[in-house]
Design a protein around this ligand. Structure first.
Ligand SMILES: [Zn+2]
Length: 112
């Protein structure tokens, strides 16, 4: 593994999961960015599906397509959720989909 990627990955991972949600909320809602950003970040709760897996946490395993809430069925459900005319439903759906993007980024970095 490339040394630079090794130090960059946790920054991208945690920044992607906890900081970018607020940036997204700021871009979309601006006025309520803090409240809405918190909901987007709360969508990281989909990681609770990891408790269904054994072992619960495996840094070398790709979450995408493995865990219940990290598959295409879940992505489809989150996409449908985007059409619910409630800001919190949209914020959560955006957060969940963004979460999958960040996790997918992790998977692609593991290849190196
Ligand atoms: Zn995840």
């Amino acid at each position: 593994m490339d040394g630079r990627i090794e130090t960059l990955q946790p920054i991208l991972h945690y920044g992607g999961h906890w900081l970018v949600p607020f940036a997204i909320a700021w871009v979309i809602w601006r006025r309520d960015w803090l409240r809405n950003g918190a909901v987007i970040a709360a969508a990281n709760a989909i990681d609770f599906d990891h408790v269904l897996a054994t072992p619960m946490f495996d840094p070398d395993r790709c979450s995408i397509g493995f865990h219940l809430l990290h598959g295409w069925e879940a992505a489809l459900a989150f996409t449908v959720m985007m059409f619910i005319p409630r800001w919190w439903a949209r914020a959560f759906a955006i957060g969940a989909l963004w979460h999958l993007v960040v996790d997918y980024g992790d998977c692609s970095m593991q290849v190196w």
